[in-house]
Design a protein around this ligand. Structure first.
Ligand code: AP5
Length: 221
């Protein structure tokens, strides 16, 4: 299955994406994680992306489509993939469709995580992430050790979780990403809204129901 996760910053795409990928037995690609790794490694892509990311702006479409094209062509992604935050503009949606078509594949489903702005601000304001394994946590302090067994990393605050960057990210979402919803609807892609508020396990249950709906729709096609 090829699944795209869409939704505002902090909606839980990363948290649920891990679980979806594990359930489907396919890899997950998160453009945010790929870009942060490039920044850490100091590659030319990382250096170019850093300024956009730190202030909460979107990285240019051609950079994102380059990442996606390269990733989807790898053998481990050939039987399915969970795409987390990979599409944030209409040109990216169009580009992803072309990349899939070249590989004779298509998206099975778009899962859209619905959440109110004040909950986004609350979640991102309380988030730390492990600098090593990138797992996000709530209720932990920067400098704490990563709770994940065997990781050994330290928790840090993301630069783009500062209040001014959060505001920019939410504005970018409204102006550049929300039009993607209408584009997928017009394109006829199976599109399912998920209520992203509630306990993590409850949201996962809704996601699993959506995946079942998506799978049975795929069999009917
Ligand atoms: P990215 O890293 O993808 O950031 P984002 O989309 O803003 O999403 P987040 O990672 O902040 O949130 P999430 O939805 O994954 O939520 P999470 O599970 O962590 O991208 C970063 C930057 O990279 C972008 O701003 C841009 O610059 C660039 N970029 C990336 N892709 C791009 C693209 N396609 N085009 C252009 N630029 C791109 O959860 C958030 C917090 O809430 C965590 O602390 C978590 O523990 C907690 N939480 C999760 N679920 C729940 C729940 N149910 N209840 C309570 N708390 C919860």
């Amino acid at each position: 299955m090829n699944i795209l996760l869409l939704g505002p910053p902090g909606a839980g795409k990363g948290t649920q994406g891990e679980r979806v990928a594990e359930r489907l037995g396919v890899p997950k690609i998160a453009t945010g994680d790929v870009l942060r790794a490039a920044v850490r490694e100091g590659t030319s892509m990382g250096l170019a992306a850093k300024g956009f990311m730190d202030r909460g702006a979107l990285v240019p479409d051609d950079v994102i489509l380059g990442i996606v094209k390269e990733a989807l062509a790898t053998p481990e992604m050939s039987s399915g993939v969970v795409l987390d935050g990979v599409v944030r503009t209409v040109p990216q949606a169009q580009g992803l469709k072309r990349v899939f078509a070249d590989l004779r594949r298509s998206l099975d489903c778009v899962l859209m995580f619905d959440i109110a702005d004040d909950e986004v601000v609350r979640r991102l304001g309380g988030r730390t992430v492990c600098e090593r394994c990138q797992t996000p946590y709530t209720g932990k302090a920067p400098g704490d050790p990563c709770p994940r067994p065997g990781c050994g990393g330290t928790l840090v605050r993301r630069k783009d979780d500062e209040p001014s960057a959060i505001r920019t990210r939410m504005q970018a979402y409204r102006e550049q990403t929300e039009p993607v919803v209408a584009w997928y609807r017009a394109d006829g892609t199976h599109f399912i809204r998920i209520d992203a508020v509630g306990a993590v396990d409850d949201v996962t249950r809704r996601v699993v129901e959506a995946l079942d709906e998506c799978g049975s729709e795929g069999e009917r096609r």
